[in-house]
Design a binder for this molecule. Structure first.
Ligand SMILES: Cc1cc2nc3c(=O)[nH]c(=O)nc-3n(C[C@H](O)[C@H](O)[C@H](O)COP(=O)(O)OP(=O)(O)OC[C@H]3O[C@@H](n4cnc5c(N)ncnc54)[C@H](O)[C@@H]3O)c2cc1C
Length: 470
């Protein structure tokens, strides 16, 4: 056996010192692409690629684009700083499943007044002025609420260190920040995922998305021109136009329905698996036994309860908070409809292995943290939240797509989510943990309670990391 480190990501400043056109990840992609049809060793293939950059690029183009083996582009990975993008745009960026993100946290960092003014407002002072005025008001309220919360906690929680107290104050004050707030994030993404992201950005009508697409493509294609091609809006959306078919029933019902949902239920169960415990147990046994799938399930269904209990004890034996439960837990899916604030959604959407469908809509409902009521700023917050939502709804129809900037972290989001039990385990470990933010912890605990009712055995260790440690 032999292991070579063929490459790894290092800072661009060091790469620039090489001052070589060969400093491109395309060579790794090309040499790996050639593995499947060559008798040569990988070392030789890599040497060959180094000798003939243009030929290597041609290999990539042929294999990725002509033959459609896009997985070859996955061997080229980029680390990209994204600075000054709006929180609204992160919605599009972080939809990439096969990519890694670390974003500046509004829980731990104080945000100074820095927000995106949509380029669409450049020659529209009548829209731009009130927008800027309102954004300034929101940032001013953020600062006032932060100071008031900080003072409140000085009295209520004198045991906290300054930094802990300030973080607690930030955690809730940030709910009034608008989604136009600028943020920064580190993104690690392979060329294949990046191509998907570029295409997604090109389908967005936002000028901010177009600017990001242009910057990303220009910078990446200068280093690696052979990996990314289909980046333009090809007009495929997969959406439906209800008005075109003369049926707008869904649209008319939306507003009152969303309002009712916002106030009543945070977690609505949509779909639960039948016999989840038996399905998972059968899935584990299936891998070890001689019987086929149906026979295994049938046999498990008829096992005495005491035997099943013993088997479950074995499944969870020695399970630690950092362990994953077996893949067999992926055989059962749970679906929920969830209502949460934009702030909570910003955390929820970071979980990549689930299906999430976000509803459009501009409900006036807002999630105002209880602490804001304690500092008597609830009415001011409600007014500001209503003002921003109404301003967004009053945009001229051709600019209605700017709506994502006209929301605060307190604005309400409704999503449909489907997760398998393995991902639910992971989600609940992180989000029911004592260090998790309070709103997502609440949501996680409600979801976990529903799952436990449905799958008492399989979900018997479903809890936050901190609880498991205890
Ligand atoms: C208390 C707390 C504080 C946080 N603070 C911040 C913060 O300040 N800034 C910030 O940006 N984020 C923060 N996060 C979010 C966090 O970094 C994760 O993005 C988020 O919790 C999603 O979880 P995940 O990445 O483990 O897994 P998911 O996306 O849910 O994926 C599930 C599992 O799949 C595997 N997986 C998925 N993708 C990959 C991959 N590319 N490579 C290898 N394995 C993969 C992993 O095993 C992972 O556990 C915080 C989270 C918590 C709980």
């Amino acid at each position: 056996m032999k292991v070579n480190i063929a490459g790894f990501n290092i800072d661009k400043e060091l790469i620039d010192k090489l001052n070589s056109p060969l400093a491109t990840p395309e060579l790794i992609s090309a040499s790996y692409a050639r593995i499947s049809r060559s008798n040569k060793s990988i070392e030789e293939l890599r040497k060959e690629a180094m000798k003939e950059l243009e030929k290597a690029r041609k290999t990539n183009t042929n294999i990725i684009f002509a033959m459609g083996h896009s997985s070859v582009a996955e061997h080229s990975v980029f680390n990209i700083d994204l600075i000054g993008v709006s929180r609204a745009l992160t919605e599009l960026i972080q939809r990439s499943r096969i990519a890694s993100f670390t974003e500046k946290s509004q829980r731990y960092v104080t945000f100074s007044k820095d927000y995106v003014v949509p380029a669409e407002f450049a020659n529209r002072p009548k829209l731009k002025q009130p927008y800027k005025k309102l954004m300034d008001e929101l940032f001013a309220e953020y600062e006032l609420s932060f100071n008031a919360l900080n003072e409140l906690y000085k009295k209520q929680k004198p045991e906290l260190k300054t930094r802990e107290r300030e973080c607690l104050a930030k955690e809730d004050a940030r709910y009034i920040l608008p989604l136009s707030t600028k943020t920064q994030m580190g993104m690690t993404i392979n060329a294949r995922s990046l191509e998907n992201l570029l295409r997604r950005l090109s389908k967005s009508p936002l000028k901010e998305a177009a600017e990001l697409k242009e910057l990303l493509y220009t910078k990446v294609s200068a280093i690696a021109p052979s990996l990314i091609r289909y980046i333009d809006n090809d007009d495929y959306t997969g959406k439906v136009d209800l008005e075109k078919v003369g049926f707008t029933g869904f649209l008319q019902q939306e507003l009152p329905w969303v309002k009712e949902l916002d106030l009543e239920n945070k977690v609505r169960v949509i779909n639960l698996p039948a016999n989840a415990d038996d399905t998972i147990l059968a899935s584990i046994i299936y891998q070890q036994g001689e019987l086929n799938w149906n026979e295994t399930k049938e046999t498990v269904a008829h096992l005495p309860r005491i035997i099943k209990q013993q088997l479950w004890n074995q499944v969870f034996k020695d399970l630690k908070p950092w362990h994953k439960v077996p893949r067999a837990f992926e055989t059962v899916d749970f679906s929920f409809e969830l209502t949460m604030s934009e702030s909570c959604w910003a955390q929820f959407k970071r979980h990549r292995y689930c299906t999430v469908l976000r509803k459009a809509g501009s409900s006036l409902a807002a999630k105002i943290p209880p602490a804001i009521k304690a500092i008597n700023r609830e009415n001011i917050w409600t007014k500001l939240n209503n003002k921003i939502i109404r301003m967004g709804s009053a945009l001229p129809p051709k600019l209605a797509y700017l709506n994502p900037y006209f929301r605060t972290n307190a604005s309400i989001v409704t999503v449909f989510v489907k997760m398998n039990l393995r991902e639910i385990y992971h989600f609940v470990r992180l989000r029911s943990d004592e260090n998790a933010q309070w709103e997502i912890r609440e949501l996680s605990q409600l979801m976990a309670a529903q799952v436990k009712k449905n799958a008492p055995q399989a979900a018997s260790f479903l809890c936050g990391k901190s609880e498991m440690n205890r």
